[in-house]
Ligand binder design. Structure first.
Ligand code: ATP
Length: 267
């Protein structure tokens, strides 16, 4: 991966099988962007053009970024994740220029998944708080999405927000972010698969994943990751004291659960 502006271009190796749960969201992304890219002839025969972006919304930490990265891995595409700080610049005109360069980079790197995190901050009056010309940036963004100057063929545009209501309505028009997907906190089945994924390379001993999933109602994927990380950390400390690798147990995970709060409840 190499760096451009502050944006990293990467070639993700994870795919949908590395994303626990989110079955409906995966299916939507497959229908909207993956199948059209893999079977352009079928879509063309029906006069359908691939395109348009998907806006994911929901509480933080529930896998939006993770899924966007895995989408790129699914189609062997490059991946660019854009945060507000990659775009916003205090100098007049520079934010628009940054945004244009990011889109150009995605076009050069196609097939590419271009992912905008916290997109509401770029496409809302909220960006006016940091600069007085917010409208120029919104217009630039809309032009880039529409591919007015340069085609976006082969560029899949995904975006995430915790607050979709802040996004300017113009972004929701056809061909833009015309599909809105709610990414909810993982249910018990999803938590089981996320925990299994998080523990797949960890030495464990008969871990009762089911009971951990029951204990972690309202936990996001990121919360579950924090739990597993905490449990592993303390097990490593214990192993160092014992002078040998001790396997992670259900009790270790339960202890870690009691130290973690469910962040989705704050949404
Ligand atoms: P935000 O809305 O704050 O950007 P997010 O919804 O994009 O959060 P991620 O950054 O994708 O959440 O999740 C944080 C980490 O939690 C991921 O890097 C991944 O390790 C883990 N994780 C989250 N959801 C899942 C999931 N469904 N399957 C596997 N791992 C997950």
């Amino acid at each position: 991966s190499y760096s451009f502006l502050d944006t990293d271009i990467e070639k993700p190796r994870i795919t949908f099988k590395d994303v626990g749960g989110m079955e409906k969201v995966k299916e939507e992304i497959a229908l909207k962007v993956i199948y059209p890219l893999k079977n352009p002839d079928i879509y063309k025969a029906y006069g359908k053009k691939a395109g348009g972006g998907i806006l994911m919304y929901g509480p933080p930490g529930c896998g939006k970024t993770h899924l966007a990265r895995a989408t790129a891995g699914e189609i062997d595409a490059t991946f660019i994740s854009v945060g507000i700080n990659d775009v916003l610049d205090m100098w007049i005109g520079n934010s628009e220029k940054n945004l244009h360069e990011i889109f150009q980079q995605a076009r050069i790197g196609r097939p590419c998944v271009l992912f905008f995190d916290e997109v509401d901050a770029l496409g809302a009056s909220r960006s006016d708080m940091r600069r007085s010309e917010g409208r120029f940036l919104i217009n630039q963004f809309l032009n880039e999405l529409d591919g007015v100057e340069h085609s976006n063929e082969g560029v899949l545009i995904l975006a995430a927000t915790n607050s979709p209501w802040y996004l300017d309505a113009a972004f929701r028009r056809p061909g833009r972010f015309d599909r809105l997907i709610f990414v909810q906190p993982p249910d018990k089945t999803a938590r089981i698969s996320i925990l299994q994924l998080l523990l797949q390379n960890t030495p464990t001993e008969k871990v009762d994943i089911e009971s951990i999933a029951r204990l972690t109602e309202e936990f996001s994927g990121a919360d579950l990751k924090a739990v597993v990380d905490m449990a592993i950390e303390s097990k490593i400390t214990e192993s160092l004291k014992a002078g040998k690798t001790l396997p992670l147990t259900t009790t270790d995970l339960k202890n870690a659960c009691s130290k973690q709060v469910a962040t989705t409840l704050e949404w």
